[in-house]
Each structure stands twice: as structure tokens, then as C-alpha cells.
Design a protein around this ligand. Structure first.
Ligand SMILES: [Ca+2]
Ligand SMILES: [Ca+2]
Ligand SMILES: [Ca+2]
Length: 411
């Protein structure tokens, strides 16, 4: 289901015809853990060359995954090391444990709002980004007592308009930066009594919004404290009809709460024929390389067969070395899988075969890159993304063969 489609349906599972069955299923999931060990489905293991997700869930449990973070916060010891994620319209917040073979899932709590993203503070504490229009959405925290999880209003005095990302600058100031989809980043002190935010960046005049379009991702350079660089991913107009753009900005010289919009450097932009499936998550790894999550461009069934086509950027996780201060402001890490290839494959590619990776995070203690990849009509999935691997779309949806419109390149 597309972002637009769940907006049209109101995003509530309780309104669906199968509501009674779903409620029964949720009660079950609230009580029992569920485990998956690949291969564990009727389609068997993936064809040679494809990698299945470590977890999938069907439409009976949700319709659009929101990837999260491996919890490393101080307040909930029992959650440390588990991957916390959600389903956007169904509002379930789950935790996935994975021991390299078996993945075990538990329902933590249902959020009051649809869940658009997660984020962490400098101390690792986790926040949940709600999603609604009109400037009335809350950023929530998670708390646990006696094994019962609740969401809490982390900043009672603050509300946001369509927050889709939350990041910290890693500069020791303990500030939080909330990305609002229409093109504004707000910064504020990570304190529950904070009453005001500052407008850190406003590129709303350049951003095409909303539905799945907008300012979609933010990452701070690992050396932000000294160079003031940060990266954003957004959709803009001027293509046919859109362009997806990765840009670098720099904080202003005189005010740490105000970026300088005039410093924009465009790393790349690609023409985008469809309003949906724009990816946009950004994160750095321990080597200081920037990962960029790219959707399959959009439509349905990967209509352009981009995800299996290594000559295009769509449907990929890219890895860039951004420590280049001349255009295009990035280079290719020498260990990227297609460096020096003679097949015309894009050297930016780290892994491929994605539909719409909606939220991606890098877990430093385990050196793992986690991605939630939004499914089409049947299965949502979680991938631990490794270099040079093919995660299946549009040959597989979750751990199942995708038969509606697979790419000719599928095995
Ligand atoms: Ca698109
Ligand atoms: Ca296709
Ligand atoms: Ca996949």
C-alpha cells in the first residue's frame, strides 16, 4: 500500500472490514512472541543470488513498515540490542531480536499516531515520530514497567507538522532535529520542559510535498562539530515531474541553531516519474561513509524494473564517500562492489533489490545496517543489508516470489 493510499484509508486498522479478526490477532501477538527461521514459507529459499529478509509480516499485521533502530538507550535495559520498528498505519511498535539464525518478534505497544519514523538522542534514547498534518503531532518516548510498554509525550510543549525524521548532531550539545516533510528542520534542546524550537533549515520553497514526497531524510557528518556539514534528501519539482535530490548544507557561522540555506551543494539528483517510493533515509557508518536509501522510483510492481537494474540508482542502497569538497562533493568508497566494473553498473551501489526502503539505521556496536522495506500488497520486510547483495525486489516480496510483474532480470 502506498503512503497516499494509507492516507486515503485513514490509516486505522480498526476501520477495516476485517477489524474483528485483526483485533483478535493483535491480542494474540500482544501475548506471544513469534519467530521466523528462513526458509519458512511456501515458496522455499530464494533463488541463487537473492537474499531474503530476516523478517516479514503479512497484511493482517500491517500495511507499511517504518524501519527503526537497534535500541541502545539507557532507560529500558531489557530492550537493549533489539531492533525497534513499527507499522505506519497500523501503529504497532514491535521489537525484533535476531541471533544470526532465528528472528523473534514481540509487540511492545500501539502508538497513538501513525508512526512515520524513529530517532535517537546523543545518549541513545529512542523517540517515536507520530504523523499527522496541521502542526499537532507529538514526538513520543518509550517507557517500560513490569514488562508493560507505554508511549509518553516526550515534549509536552512541542508539536510538529508531519515529522518524518529525527536526528542528533553528535556534537555534544544534546539537541534534537526534527524533519518536517514540507521542508523545515526544527531544532530544540532534548529536555521535556523545552517550550520552543528554532527553525534550523527552511527549504520548503524547493520541496515538492506531500503524500510520499517531501523533505525525507537528514544525517549529520561524523565531524559535524568541526565542519558543520549535514545532508538532506528531498523531492523537488522541475523533473518530469519530480527530481529526487541529495544535498549538503552547512550550519551558519554565527548561530548553531540556524543553517545557512545559501550553502547548498547538490551531490546528485535524478529525474523521478512517480510521486511514490522516494526512499530518502540517510545514515553514516563507522568508516564515515554515507548510506543513501533509494526507492524504486514508484508506480506499482516496479513498473520501470529499476530495482534489479544496476545501471540506475533507484531501488538501491548507495554508499558514498562525502569527504570531497569539490563537485560532485562525493567519491566512491574503493570497497564498493562495482568499483571499476565494465558493465555500466553504478559505482555508488552498496546493495540492490529494494522497493521503498522507508527508514534505515546503522548500529555501530554490531556494524549492521538495518532497513525496513515497504512491500506492495502482501508482505513488509526487514533486511540486514550487507555489501554486494541483492535483496530481491521485484523478484521477491518478503520471502515470497513476486509473480505479478517481475523484472526480466529476475532469476
Ligand atoms: Ca518516486
Ligand atoms: Ca516489474
Ligand atoms: Ca526484499
Amino acid at each position: 500500500m502506498s503512503f497516499a493510499a494509507w492516507i486515503r484509508t485513514g490509516g486505522s486498522m480498526g476501520t477495516r472490514a476485517a477489524g474483528a479478526f485483526v483485533v483478535a490477532a493483535l491480542v494474540w501477538f500482544a501475548c506471544e512472541d513469534d519467530s521466523q527461521t528462513p526458509p519458512d514459507n511456501g515458496d522455499g529459499p530464494p533463488p541463487a543470488g537473492l537474499t531474503d529478509p530476516i523478517w516479514e509480516y503479512p497484511r493482517s499485521q500491517g500495511q507499511s513498515i517504518t524501519g527503526g533502530y537497534v535500541y541502545r538507550g539507557p532507560s529500558i535495559p531489557s530492550l537493549v540490542g533489539k531492533y525497534v520498528y513499527a507499522d505506519h498505519p497500523a501503529r504497532h511498535i514491535w521489537a525484533l531480536s535476531y541471533d544470526d539464525t532465528v528472528a523473534t518478534n514481540e509487540l511492545l505497544v500501539d502508538a497513538p499516531n501513525r508512526v512515520s519514523s524513529f530517532g535517537v538522542a546523543e545518549n541513545g534514547e529512542l523517540f517515536v515520530c507520530g504523523y499527522s498534518t496541521g502542526g499537532d503531532t507529538k514526538i513520543r518516548g518509550l517507557s517500560e514497567s513490569g514488562g508493560v510498554y507505554t508511549t509518553t509525550d516526550a515534549f509536552p510543549n512541542l508539536t510538529f507538522d508531519r515529522p518524518v525524521d529525527l536526528q542528533n548532531a553528535g556534537d555534544g550539545t544534546d539537541r534534537l532535529f526534527v524533519v518536517e516533510q514540507p521542508g523545515i528542520i526544527r531544532v530544540f534542546q532534548n529536555n521535556s520542559s523545552t517550550a520552543t524550537t528554532s527553525e534550523f533549515l527552511d527549504i520548503s520553497s524547493d520541496v515538492a510535498c506531500c503524500s510520499e514526497l517531501g523533505l525525507l531524510g537528514l544525517a549529520f557528518h561524523p565531524d559535524y562539530e568541526t565542519n558543520g556539514f549535514f545532508y538532506v534528501y528531498y523531492t523537488t519539482t522541475g523533473g518530469t515531474p519530480y527530481r529526487d535530490r541529495l544535498s549538503r548544507f552547512q550550519v551558519s557561522a554565527g548561530d548553531p541553531n540556524d543553517a545557512d540555506e545559501s550553502t547548498e551543494k547538490i551531490l546528485f539528483e535524478v529525474n523521478d516519474r512517480q510521486g511514490n517510493h522516494n526512499g530518502g533515509a540517510l545514515c553514516f557508518d563507522a568508516d564515515g561513509y554515507l548510506f543513501v536509501a533509494m526507492g524504486d522510483e514508484g508506480g506499482s510492481g516496479d513498473v520501470y524494473d529499476n530495482a534489479q537494474n544496476r545501471k540506475v540508482l533507484f531501488g538501491k542502497i548507495l554508499r558514498l564517500d562525502v569527504d570531497y569538497n569539490v563537485a560532485p562533493y562525493y567519491g566512491i568508497p574503493p570497497s564498493n562492489p562495482f568499483v571499476g566494473n565494465v558493465d555500466g553498473y553504478r559505482e555508488e551501489i552498496f546493495a540492490w533489490g529494494f522497493r521503498n526502503p522507508w527508514r534505515m539505521s546503522y548500529d555501530t556496536p554490531t556494524d549492521r545496517l538495518w532497513v525496513g522495506d515497504v512491500g506492495q500488497d502482501k508482505y513488509e520486510e526487514i533486511d540486514i543489508v550487507e555489501i554486494g547483495k541483492n535483496y530481491g525486489w521485484d523478484c521477491r516480496e518478503g520471502k515470497h516470489n513476486f509473480l505479478a510483474d517481475p523484472s526480466p532480470a529476475c532469476p
